[in-house]
Design a protein around this ligand. Structure first.
Ligand code: GUN
Length: 283
């Protein structure tokens, strides 16, 4: 069994970008890439994610702005802020941390980000480009990170049976599309799918993103399965995934741990997307 080390893998990606960024700034005398992160309200989990994203920017030498907005900000004022950033030449990527307060139309807000700066890949334009395989867009960060891990560990998805558990716009749906693009046969399930275990047992590769602690057990999977766990749950003060790691690891050929698996790759993909946006602009 091989543990897929997302922490180490993401470190390499960030190091490469950091070196390249340094070279561009020092040798070509150009400005660094810039990322703006908008957070609305005081959601503690969002605050942690946003801090990690801006820290990663600092580490690779990017310029970053964190824009903290009041919980009660109007949709119009939020969109106005995004429109300013759309026109700001120091900013290559704009990210609005989700979830937003319920009264705000999330899709409307996301679609007000210029597609060329939508480094989260959530806008209609970028989702459309992803579905048809147009590489001029941005791939959303978590599934993109998973695709990089699979490729990096020489796990070929072409012709494989894949079950994705979870149907969110952030992970499940784009994950399925990216896998289909690479020739996998994909079934998208969710926590309420009938006979989920029966479906999982047929899968060569399983990606789980449902937010139910340790839901997938060894008895749900076949020998030699590749398991990608996107879940981040806090149980008794400790982090665990949607997969019962100790149990499933007995049967898996490859498995991602939580923490240290998919999580760090999400941030590495965000940094990568921001750098791609920057390079498209400066070259
Ligand atoms: N909330 C949970 N995951 C994400 C993400 O990848 N991007 C943003 N913007 N918000 C999130």
């Amino acid at each position: 069994m091989i543990i897929i080390d997302g922490k180490e893998f993401s470190k390499k990606i960030l190091e490469e970008i950091s070196n390249e960024q340094k070279e561009i700034v020092e040798r070509k005398n150009l400005r660094p890439a810039g990322l703006a992160v908008i957070i609305v309200g005081e959601n503690p989990a969002s605050q942690v994610y946003v801090r990690n994203k801006t820290r990663a920017c600092e580490k690779v030498g990017f310029y970053s702005e964190t824009i903290k907005l009041e919980e009660n900000i109007s949709e119009n004022d939020l969109i106005k802020k995004i429109e300013e950033l759309n026109e700001n030449d120091k900013i290559d990527g704009i990210l609005v941390q989700l979830p937003l307060p319920k009264r705000i139309d999330e899709l409307k807000v996301i679609n007000s980000i210029k597609p060329e700066k939508d480094v989260d890949g959530f806008s209609n334009v970028n989702v459309g480009k992803m579905v048809i395989g147009d590489e001029s867009g941005f791939l959303s960060c978590t599934p993109y990170g998973i695709m990089q891990l699979l490729e990096g560990y020489d796990i070929d998805v072409n012709g494989k049976d894949v079950v994705v558990v979870g149907r969110s716009n952030i992970v499940g749906k784009p994950m399925a599309m990216m896998l289909i693009q690479k020739g996998a046969t994909v079934q998208v399930c969710n926590s309420r799918t009938k006979d989920l275990s029966k479906k999982l047992k047929k899968a060569d590769i399983i990606v789980v993103a449902v937010g139910v602690p340790r839901m997938i057990k060894a008895t749900d999977v076949k020998e030699g399965v590749v398991v990608i766990d996107v879940g981040i749950n806090r149980v008794d003060g400790k982090l665990c995934g949607d997969v019962d790691y100790e149990d499933v690891a007995q049967k898996a050929s490859y498995i991602t741990p939580v923490p240290g698996g998919v999580g760090p790759m999400t941030i590495a993909s965000l940094i990568k997307n921001t750098f791609i946006s920057y390079q498209r602009k400066i070259y």
